[in-house]
Ligand binder design. Sequence first.
Ligand SMILES: [Zn+2]
Length: 317
Amino acid sequence: MSDGKTTRMIKQLDGPRPYGVLVSVLVTLLIIVVLGGGDFGALAQKRAKQKPQRTTSLKSHSRDSLSPEARELVELASVAVCTERLSDPKASVPIDDMQARPSLPVQSPEAVVGAKRAQRLLPAAKGMVVISLKRLARDYDFRNPQGYDARLQRAIARVEAVRNIRPDMDSRDNASVFLRNPHTIVFGTIFLAGLPSDEGIISVLAHELVHIADGNEDSLNVLFRAVGNRASKLTGMKIHDQRAEELTCDLVGTLAARSYVAGAPSYEPLPRRLSRSLEHNCVEQDEGDDDHLSPRNTIRALLALNPALSRELVYGR
Ligand SMILES: [Zn+2]
């Protein structure tokens, strides 16, 4: 399977997958192109998605939208994340800032340290992704007699088969996975260096692992749609298709980072550690596209979906 790249500030972790769009016939053709054409096919597809779009703001015009109190909590938590970043020595670098940085050789000390951290945390990230996917399967109620469990099992097997992190200078501030090599996550060196905490790296690894889990059979499509629909209702933003997939990947990223924090206690304050899974979205230039919410709206949507996380960020417990 292939995942995409991110483009610049549009979003972090990667970008649209070449087949992740509408029509299944096209999907199949694209997969053939990617499999046959190597990186070029994949990258070319990803590059096609860069057009910035007007960003959407949180609005409440749905019956299921956030209450005024819940909306205020989301805003407070989102401010808390980006405020925490300013004083945390291990804070993640915002992706628009990463994007402006010069390319970083694979042998540079920051990239080496980051690649080692990512490789060390990969087994833990895989375990937490599996747990998070099972939890979401329950919470979003998408098990059904038509065999969703079988698809979930195959998705989990794909996660468990991932083995390698490959640092890559040309990937810069992106991470990606490719169809023809689903055992490897490619991690741009600027991205590795820009995420100097375990929590930051875990959130990105988890994001990529969810793309891998979805695979070329779109195993998690039902889940993506359910998460996107719920986030759309809560926030009033349009979160469907690829946006729903990307948001679900980010949601699992925050869940995995939360599990990691729970399992690896430290003296650092809880909001500081939790913020690291989100603060690469604390951009100055807040632009989204068809496939991604803008970074700051991504933070809001994730917090709207996870009020417990919002409370922990604001109240520290
Ligand atoms: Zn992604």
